[in-house]
Write a protein of this length. Structure first.
Length: 260
């Protein structure tokens, strides 16, 4: 479970948050230039901190304008002190968006699939409530080369093996499975219920066998740590030791609920 590294800090900002420019380092035309323009004015807090790890993800949510920005390889230049990134996206009308970037700029987005960073993320407030009311995102090591399925808009799979999974694939746990009988710790049980009710989408290729994403704390104490934290002093491998991975089912990718 990725929390402090290789996850997604989410900053919620008011409409009055001052804008700054985020320099897009990628060159090109078309959607590249449009994204460069979209990053000309970003309401980024001065103390914002991308996630640790080489992806350096960061998401920004402005409820009053219903707008979200997300960034990949985000950092502050040590010489110019300006923000810069390698790629990302700006999503307008977030509340009516299906959770991925749409044409003509479906190549936008800080994930390998153009699925939104904040979509599928286990948020701190949700974990505290004990319920995840949405599909969850995860990553696999061995994703299929040259293939992806809806809702993914693209992919970075590398494996030619016949059993490799295309990015965008949605898994679920059987509807008749008794989750409470599995003996999972609270966090693992909450995750299993989300897998059963909403499913889990392959969002990226990962360095670990299976990686899920939890929102890190951007201020204050770490809500995951300690005996009273979300993880109850357990390692992720202990939390998911009894998770029924062998019972996962693949959902037919032709089922596209965002079009219904």
């Amino acid at each position: 479970m990725n929390v402090n590294s290789y996850s997604v800090p989410v900053y919620t900002v008011p409409k009055t948050q001052p804008n700054v420019k985020v320099n897009l380092l990628k060159s090109g035309s078309g959607c590249v230039e449009e994204l460069r323009q979209a990053f000309e004015a970003v309401p980024l807090p001065p103390d914002a901190k991308p996630a640790a790890g080489t992806d350096e993800h960061l998401a920004l949510w402005q409820p009053e304008t219903n707008t979200m920005w997300e960034f990949w390889s985000m950092k502050k230049n040590n010489k110019t002190l300006e923000w810069e990134c390698q790629w990302g996206g700006k999503m307008n009308n977030v509340s009516s968006n299906p959770g991925f970037y749409l044409s003509p700029c479906d190549y936008w987005g800080a994930t390998a699939t153009s699925l939104a960073l904040a979509g599928g993320l286990a948020l701190i407030d949700e974990i505290r409530s004990g319920v995840l009311e949405h599909a969850v995102a995860f990553a696999l090591v061995e994703t299929k080369k040259g293939e992806f399925v809806a809702p993914a808009e693209r992919g970075d799979g590398w494996s030619d093996t016949v059993y490799a999974i295309p990015e965008g694939t949605r898994f679920r746990l059987p509807a008749n499975m008794n989750i409470s009988a599995l003996g999972l710790p609270p966090f693992g049980e909450m995750l299993a219920y989300a897998y059963q009710k909403y499913g889990a989408l392959v969002r990226d290729t990962a360095g670990a066998v299976i990686a899920a994403y939890c929102e890190p704390a951007t201020s204050g104490p770490d809500p995951y740590a300690g005996p009273n934290g979300f993880f109850k002093n357990l390692y992720p491998s202990q939390i998911l030791e009894k998770f029924p991975w062998d019972e996962l089912q693949v959902v037919d990718p032709s089922w596209q609920p965002w079009k219904q």
